[in-house]
Design a binder for this molecule. Structure first.
Ligand SMILES: Nc1nc2c(ncn2[C@@H]2O[C@H](COP(=O)(O)OP(=O)(O)OP(=O)(O)O)[C@@H](O)[C@H]2O)c(=O)[nH]1
Ligand SMILES: [Mg+2]
Ligand SMILES: [Zn+2]
Length: 345
């Protein structure tokens, strides 16, 4: 239960005994400023510069879904500047992007979410590994996962699509915003003080589902011919249904699926999408894009950009080598300690 309740009241009283601050919920982030909502009212909120700089870890910053205590809320609602965040109430769940590499700290995606709807289209190939990662990500965050198989009206074999999803996770709902099938079941997952988040690749129909459920007018997009989608939704956003629940729309591929799929890749490839894409065409699979023959990257990427790529790659390799040798030294020490002392006879 992530909407305001007695437990939140208690947490608030501990942080703000005088009750001078207003509790509001973070609805969206726009480059360091945040939109917040409370009882149907909306306003801008911001961190003080000091709090921003003291936040060593991104998890110390407000995330969509956070309940925060702010000063100056009435003015913010009236459109006179931004209220200032004084505290984040302890989170009941937190969806994070796992740390991908050595330099990347865990990134919070959404806080205080009860249920995560992982959406996949019945109209395209279902990728079990991808669904599995979303489900795992939700579980790790303390959020209940449910798979939604969308666009059931377009499926050649809806039963097969649902069965494939059930093989990944037992809770599956088939939906179509065209026929309306499954909408009641999805609606019942949220509401009554609960917060739901919808995740999945671009173009699967996340925003369309929320429009059908909430009567919102979120932008939805046509699928490109290559079925890769266009990333119509560009940022995470929470929609409050006053007195009921809240729903969070998310962008597809680029922001989330990409991150999840990125986990296994070296940091430099994650940071340099263009290089990673071109690298698939290099003659050698392990091409480092220096002097190798048949390199598809060298001629196509600006020299300064390639230099930055190489710098990051070198740093990552050096750090990995340092870790490996530290491990080796530790293992050798352990092995030595186990050996019986040399006898002097
Ligand atoms: N036939 C059919 N089309 C659907 C259904 N749901 C969504 N669509 C269409 O699929 C396209 C993509 O839908 P969106 O809701 O924008 O997808 P999204 O997941 O929000 O995509 P991003 O915002 O890019 O992540 C749109 O053209 C929708 O009209 C459905 O149940 N049936
Ligand atoms: Mg969308
Ligand atoms: Zn190359």
């Amino acid at each position: 239960m992530s909407s305001w309740d007695a437990r939140w009241d208690q947490a608030r009283a501990e942080l703000d005994p005088a009750g001078a601050l207003a509790p509001v919920r973070v609805a969206a982030e726009h480059r360091g400023a945040y939109r917040a909502t409370a009882a149907g009212e909306v306003g801008w909120i911001e961190l003080s510069g000091k709090a921003f700089h003291e936040a060593g870890d991104k998890r110390a910053l407000p995330a969509v879904g956070d309940w925060v205590l702010v000063e100056g809320w009435p003015e913010a609602v009236a459109g006179r500047g931004a209220a200032v965040v004084r505290a984040i109430l302890p989170r009941r769940s937190l969806l994070v992007r796992r740390a991908a590499g050595l330099a990347t700290a865990p990134q919070p995606l959404a806080a205080n979410v009860d249920v995560g709807i992982v959406m996949t289209s019945a109209n395209t190939d279902l990728v079990p590994a991808r669904l599995d990662r979303y489900v795992g990500l939700l579980r790790d965050g303390g959020i209940e996962p449910v798979i939604a198989v969308s666009k059931l009206d377009l499926a050649a074999d809806p039963g097969a699509a649902l069965a494939a999803a059930r093989a990944v996770h037992p809770r599956v709902v088939g939906v179509s915003v065209v026929t309306g099938v499954g909408l009641d079941e999805i609606r019942a997952l949220g509401g009554a003080g609960r917060t739901a988040i919808v995740l999945g690749s671009s173009g699967v129909g996340k925003s369309s589902l929320l429009n059908a459920l909430l009567g919102t007018a979120l932008e939805t997009g046509a699928i490109r011919d290559d079925e890769r989608g266009r990333h119509t939704t560009t940022h995470r956003e929470l929609f409050e249904v006053p007195g009921d629940g809240a729903w969070i729309d998310t962008p597809g591929m680029r922001e989330l699926a990409q991150w999840i799929e990125d986990e296994a890749r070296p940091e430099e490839e994650q940071a340099f999408d263009d290089v990673a894409e071109l690298a698939a065409q290099c003659r050698f699979r392990d091409c480092r894009h220096h002097e190798e023959p048949g390199c598809a990257v060298r001629g196509a990427v600006a020299p300064e950009r390639l230099a930055s790529f190489h710098k990051l790659a070198d740093e990552r390799r050096a750090a990995a080598a340092r870790q490996a040798s530290a491990r080796k030294i530790a293992e050798t020490r352990k092995a030595r300690a186990k050996k019986p002392p040399p006898s002097d006879r």
